[in-house]
Design a protein. Structure first.
Length: 307
């Protein structure tokens, strides 16, 4: 039951209407690992960091069953850094600083010990890097999930189209789905995107939940109404970590089980937004997760009598 996670391990500085942080640990692979490690271990991490990345953070990840053999440490450069400011609706944000630093030279290597991993989560990175990782795998995994964003649609569309033919599941938000497909209707957008390669498509709608598409089948998972939303950074990556963590734990890649995985992912994302960065994800217990998933079940569970 092994899982490869590819993505950034970074530092963020975040400002929201409810607070502000100095540099805190972030990055797509970090959030995915924190979420997925609640369901499956080891997490075979592939990333790159600089000399400034916290040793305590590395040790914390190791204690959670994250294998860091595939994480390259560059001794003379800093880690990737991003700074952003969220607007009052918490769905829109301004990027203030993007310092690629070591990420500009990221040339991932899949260690021999990672070969044979059954599941792969490709975090939001340059499509060329995602292709490179897939090409290094000697055996086709049971399921490859990838995340991407509008930036790659604008700057690396040809490579993005190549990697879409190589994966099983794509996860993007509603604006990105419309951009990639050229369709406003999300149902039409899903059809166009699935023609590009992925059998399954997850369209995230932030506080309005998530949609799962497979052939003519559609499943909708709501988002949990929360009293406190401090920081949406990493919520999408945490969702992906919960999703792939459940799939890898159960080894079931059916549409029915993916419905459950969507709920698990949504539950994990609902924890992420309650505090800044990965702070809340470090605190939660199995009971917290089980209780939160049950809240989702109650949210959508109803009986109806047709007369």
């Amino acid at each position: 039951m092994s899982l490869i996670v590819v993505g950034s391990m970074a530092y963020d500085a975040i400002e929201t209407p409810f607070g502000k942080t100095d540099k805190i640990v972030g990055g797509s692979a970090t959030y995915v690992a924190y979420a997925a490690s609640n369901f499956i271990q080891p997490i075979n991490q592939i990333s790159i960091v600089g000399y400034d990345f916290s040793k305590e953070e590395m040790e914390g990840l190791t204690k959670r069953g994250v294998n860091l053999e595939g994480v390259k440490i560059v001794p003379d450069k800093k880690s990737f850094f991003w700074s952003g400011k969220y607007h009052l609706d918490m769905n829109t944000r301004d990027t203030l600083v993007t310092d690629l630093n070591v990420l500009a030279d990221f040339d991932p290597v899949v260690p021999d010990s990672y070969q044979g991993s059954e599941f792969v989560m490709l975090g939001n990175l340059m499509p060329r890097i995602q292709i490179d990782v897939i090409n290094q795998l000697k055996q086709r995994p049971k399921l490859i999930v990838m995340d991407t964003m509008n930036f790659w649609m604008e700057s690396a569309l040809d490579d993005l189209k190549k990697v879409l033919k190589m994966v099983d599941v794509l996860t993007i938000n509603d604006g990105e789905a419309r951009q990639l497909s050229g369709q406003f209707s999300l149902v039409k957008a899903a059809r166009e995107i699935m023609k590009m390669g992925p059998k399954y498509l997850i369209i995230k709608k932030g506080e309005h939940g998530a949609l799962l598409f497979y052939g003519d089948n559609v499943f909708f998972a709501p988002a949990l109404p929360l009293e406190e939303v401090f920081d949406p950074t990493g919520a999408g990556d945490t969702f992906a970590g919960g999703f792939i963590g459940h799939i890898a734990k159960t080894k079931d890649i059916s549409f029915e089980n993916m419905k459950t995985a969507i709920i698990v992912g949504s539950a994990m994302a609902s924890f992420c937004v309650e505090k800044f960065g990965t702070e809340r994800l470090k605190e939660i217990s199995k009971k917290d997760i089980d209780d939160r998933i049950q809240q989702f079940v109650q949210l959508v569970n109803f009986d109806i009598a047709l007369v």
